[in-house]
Design a protein around this ligand. Structure first.
Ligand code: ADP
Ligand code: ADP
Ligand code: MG
Length: 641
């Protein structure tokens, strides 16, 4: 067995590999860029080596730096994780040439499967059914168009060097072909440095089904059954599960056998995935499932396979890299229950899934210690940087059946609190509760068909607003209240309304809160349905609900949209866009004078000088988008005369 390992990756996958390596007694070495100086994977490893600036091109993608780090620390082997250099055959070769162990397939196998056209040609030779299409050398637009016409629309144009859902265009009619081809080639050239394309029949009612395979250096190859990754947005996986819903034993047997044939055709060693596309218009059937591509690495969604088979795939990778035979034979592998994984991303579904970066002031993923498995690479106080993939965590539920597994994941997502970074947790909850999903009727278009409802943010219920109000009233920062606090402390708790203020007659008191998006909520004070917990942080009440994390502040302090405090700082009262700046740094201003205009919630808000003085600091720039409480300007009071 190996004794030391360098992990050429970051985030959750680096942490996950370190966990297994440690359990097996290996010394672990992490690498990190500037942005990851304080990252969890760095602190989890026995040793860590700085490999350069934050952009991946200058750090995680620089093979020489990683090999040098392995040399400097005496690491014996390199595990690439997924993404980054994991499917780079030249890097794998360089690792071997440096006398190190490469935890992955032989460079030749990576190369053979690296380009989609060559891989498909090889699969045809190995007797694996492939998606009908055109793989030809002739890349002239006229030839491609006539091939497309012959295949019949809709067709899919794919970059041969493509990956990660990029470089693909669906074409529905012959007259759209030329434009789609040009745009696909442009994207392929800029993303992959190779503008060649292939054509495929676009499968209607497509389901993405893939098979986990594993080979060792002794010539053994097994499969670990299938996963269904049909829940995708823009060809990228969002929720994955194993086994595939509705898969009958004969079909499973057929595609798993085809996957093993595919792996054998390239003398595969280590963990790999054969991806298939299935026409699921009338159930799954082996004669309507075709090879799409092979990923010659560990896959993001590998945990669902681990959960149903009880196999630690990273352990197998390390054993195989050490030269050991596969720990189990095919007949010793079986499926136990059902597992579902949801990818939690730092992004804002309500804003077109815009990545959301920043510090994780609140990061509470497992408040109620659910049974779900959580693979993450960040923690409270950590940072979501704009430099890398914004995946925060994977939530994996495993249970006797599919419904229970989905409930495990939902339960986890419902109680997660993450702030001020926005996440897709609410979107995932909606998806996992979607009727078609629960019935197992999944296909790659399901998300897009329901995108409106899935991305709509709910209105906070009165009970939530009341709970937030109470915590803002009474609590100080960094305190958390659970629903139990209500019961425990009787009438005068932070939750119950005992406001002594009474007018004559029935007392209906209204209050106002503003949320992190600048929405104002007017509501009646009273007792209502209570959320599971409320946390107070930096003057905000943070309330998780249905996977959404609401944050509220009393609206009163923003009432006049002027500087709140006497210290002259002008903060953005809500997120918005600066549309005009009327002063310059150093200007003398008088109380009430307009300083700038912020457009938010389709309204213009004038921010004015709180007192006579001078503009000591001016950060506001016309046209700029600002976050709530961004420091826009600072007014220094006029000295006393
Ligand atoms: P999968 O089927 O495993 O999702 P993808 O091809 O979509 O396969 O990519 C796997 C993961 O690797 C993605 O989730 C992404 O986060 C990461 N990844 C892909 N390409 C890169 C890259 N160039 N740099 C960093 N991470 C990447
Ligand atoms: P990538 O390398 O980007 O992962 P794939 O070839 O694996 O590219 O395709 C990504 C996704 O695109 C698939 O998971 C599937 O949803 C969709 N897709 C690919 N080929 C087809 C096809 N022929 N018909 C319908 N959908 C397809
Ligand atoms: Mg793929």
């Amino acid at each position: 067995m190996l004794t030391s390992l360098l992990i050429a990756n970051r985030g959750e996958i680096a942490c996950r590999i370190i966990r297994t390596a440690r359990r097996l007694g290996l010394r672990t070495v992490a690498v990190y860029s500037d942005a990851d100086t304080n990252a969890l994977h760095v602190r989890s490893a026995d040793e860590a080596v700085h490999i350069g600036p934050s952009p991946a091109r200058e750090s995680y993608l620089v093979g020489e730096k990683i090999i040098a780090a392995a040399r400097a620390t005496g690491a014996e082997a390199i595990h690439p994780g997924y993404g980054f250099l994991s499917e780079n055959a030249d890097f794998a070769q360089a690792v071997l040439d440096a006398g190190l162990v490469w935890v992955g397939p032989r460079p030749d196998s990576i190369r053979a499967m690296g380009l989609k056209d060559a891989a498909k040609a090889r699969m045809i030779a190995a007797g694996v059914p492939v998606t009908p299409g055109y793989l030809g050398e002739d890349q002239s637009p006229t030839r491609l168009q006539s091939e497309a016409d012959a295949i019949g629309y809709p067709i899919l144009i794919k970059a041969v060097a493509g990956g990660g859902g990029k470089g693909m265009r669906r074409v529905d009619a012959p007259e759209d072909f030329v434009d789609a081809l040009a745009s696909c080639q442009r994207e392929a050239a800029s993303s992959f440095g190779d503008d060649r394309v292939l054509l495929e029949k676009y499968i209607l009612s497509p389901r993405h089904i893939e098979v986990q395979v594993f080979g060792d250096t002794h010539g053994n190859i097994v499969h670990l059954f299938e996963r269904d990754c049909s829940l995708q947005r823009r060809h990228q996986k969002v929720i994955e599960e194993a086994p595939a819903p509705g898969m009958d034993p004969a079909t499973r047997e057929a595609i798993c056998a085809a996957a093993v044939r595919a792996a054998r055709a390239v003398d595969y060693v280590g963990a790999g995935t054969i991806e298939f596309i299935a026409d699921a218009s009338s159930g799954l059937s082996a004669d309507r499932i075709w090879f799409m591509e092979m990923n010659t690495r560990l896959q993001v969604e590998h945990p669902v396979t681990e959960e149903i088979t009880g196999v630690d795939l990273v352990e197998w990778q390390l054993r195989v890299a050490s030269g050991e035979p596969l720990p189990k034979r095919q007949e010793e592998l079986s499926i136990n229950g059902h597992a579902i994984e949801a990818r939690l991303y730092a992004e804002d579904p309500a804003k077109g899934f815009l990545p959301s970066t920043g510090r994780l002031a609140v990061f509470d993923l497992d408040r109620f210690r659910s049974s779900a498995r959580i693979d993450t690479g960040v923690e409270r106080g950590g940072e979501i940087s704009p430099f890398y993939d914004p995946m925060i965590a994977k939530i994996i539920g495993h249970a006797a059946d599919r419904t229970e597994a989905a409930e495990d994941v939902v339960g986890e997502l419902l109680n997660c609190a993450i702030w001020p970074v926005q996440t897709n947790a609410g979107f995932l909850v909606g998806l996992l509760r979607e009727e078609a999903f629960l019935e197992g009727r999944v296909d790659t278009g399901l998300i897009e068909r329901n995108i409106e409802t899935l991305t709509a943010e709910p209105e906070p219920a009165a009970g939530i607003l009341n709970a937030a109000m109470r915590v803002l009233d009474r609590a100080s920062d960094n305190q958390t209240f659970t629903a139990c606090d209500l019961v425990d402390r009787g009438g005068s708790t932070a939750w119950s309304i005992d406001n002594g203020f009474r007018l004559n007659g029935p007392s209906v008191l209204t209050a106002r809160l503003i949320d992190q998006h600048g929405n104002i909520h007017t509501f009646e004070l009273g007792n209502g349905v209570d959320p599971a917990f409320v946390q107070r942080q930096d003057g905000w009440a943070i309330v998780p609900e249905l996977g959404f994390t609401f944050a509220f502040k009393p609206y009163a302090i923003y009432g006049s949209a002027t500087a709140s405090a006497g210290n002259g700082t002008i903060l953005a009262p809500m997120p918005g866009r600066i549309i005009a700046v009327d002063v310059a740094a150093g200007d003398a201003v008088t109380r009430g004078q307009k300083l700038l205009t912020l457009e938010a919630m389709k309204m213009e808000h004038s921010l004015t000088a709180p007192f006579d003085g001078t503009v000591a600091e001016l950060n506001a720039v016309a046209g700029a988008q600002v976050q709530v409480e961004a420091l826009l300007a600072r007014i220094e009071p006029k000295p006393e005369e």
